[in-house]
Design a protein around this ligand. Structure first.
Ligand code: AVJ
Length: 320
């Protein structure tokens, strides 16, 4: 029998309440905005996995290249006995770390998607029967309630470039909160997508096969199902654009026609003018100096910086 525990630090009713609050606030202000975490129901998590296989979407492959090349360096630098992974999703790239960390006892995947956590844990435990897996259903943006007894040193991995989904002030709060939970000897392994030519960046978020468009529109299906709304995803176009000043990609949904959608659970109707846009995601891109500065501001010292051969993506190691 493999040791597997799943803890829900995010009660189901808190998730539902957060969705209601985000939708009622985000769809009644101008410009309209929703946080990207609502993409990831079972269907959205599947669509994201499909995105990672697209020829245009390089971040997953670039990060995997770095992990494979540097897993032994990461293991030697950290000697972690516990690996905590924030936003673990399918835990697909994590196996490279788990295999390299010789003294690893405990793996703690943290994700908002319980279905993704259960699937990933089953696969990992089949390969590593001696590993204790303590899955956490949690929204890591709001203070991470880690189990108290995790053996140190602990390595917290936040991969995929997901930190770029947070706005700069949110990143500062998040990193400071994370820092406050690290002890001497612990480390943070952070994946950051790097600034590059928009001719590479934009197609990564607007692929020819339309998978990212389906992923983007899936948030409307989530709202329909969870809040009884009647959005027609076909009323919206997928938009991906590069904000050169803020150095981030934005995904939006643009109404093709005037839209009035009923949201019964909120006793609300959402109104869109034709052409009006809803921002569904920010995906910030980084530079070495910016990552160093943001980590330092949170009390973390950058000790290692590794990129893929093409310099598209970076993994950094930092310590309290
Ligand atoms: C999973 C947040 C890293 O921002 O690149 C992929 C999500 N959005 N295509 C990213 C995403 C559109 C992805 N992260």
């Amino acid at each position: 029998m493999s040791p597997f525990v799943l803890t829900r630090t995010l009660p189901l009713d808190a998730t539902a309440a957060a969705l209601r609050a985000d939708v009622s606030e985000g769809l009644t202000r101008s410009p309209k905005v929703l946080p990207p975490k609502w993409f990831y129901d079972a269907r959205g998590s599947e669509l994201f996995d499909d995105i990672t296989l697209l020829p245009e979407y390089y971040p997953t492959r670039a990060e995997r290249e770095i992990l494979i090349a540097r897993a032994d360096d990461i293991a030697a630098a950290t000697r972690a006995r516990t690996l905590v992974e924030l936003g673990s999703g399918s835990s697909d790239k994590t196996r490279h770390l788990i295999e390299a960390l010789a003294g690893l006892e405990c793996y703690v995947p943290v994700d908002v998607s319980e279905s993704a956590l259960r699937g990933a844990a089953a696969t990992l435990l089949a390969e590593h029967p001696a590993l204790t897996v303590h899955a956490l259903v949690a929204d890591f943006q709001y203070g991470l309630a880690l189990p108290a007894d995790l053996p140190g040193p602990r390595l917290v991995a936040f991969l995929g470039g997901t930190i770029g989904n947070l706005l700069p002030p949110e990143r500062a709060t998040f990193l400071a909160g994370l820092r406050s939970r690290l002890s001497p000897g612990d480390a943070l392994l952070l994946g950051t997508d790097l600034v590059k030519d928009p001719s590479v960046l934009v197609p990564a978020y607007d692929d020819a096969a339309g998978v990212t468009a389906a992923f983007n529109k899936n948030v409307l299906s989530v709202i329909n199902r969870e809040l009884g709304a009647d959005f027609d995803p076909d009323d919206f176009d997928h938009v991906a654009l590069w904000d050169a000043r803020r150095e981030w990609i934005e995904m939006r949904l643009r109404a093709r026609v005037p839209v009035v959608a009923k949201i019964p659970a909120l006793d609300l109707a959402a109104h869109f003018e034709a052409g009006e846009e809803l921002r569904t995601e920010v995906s910030a891109k980084f530079r070495h100096e910016g990552v160093r500065r943001e980590l330092a501001a949170a009390g973390l010292e950058l000790t290692h910086w590794w990129t893929d051969a093409q310099g598209r993506f970076a993994l950094s190691l930092s310590v309290p």
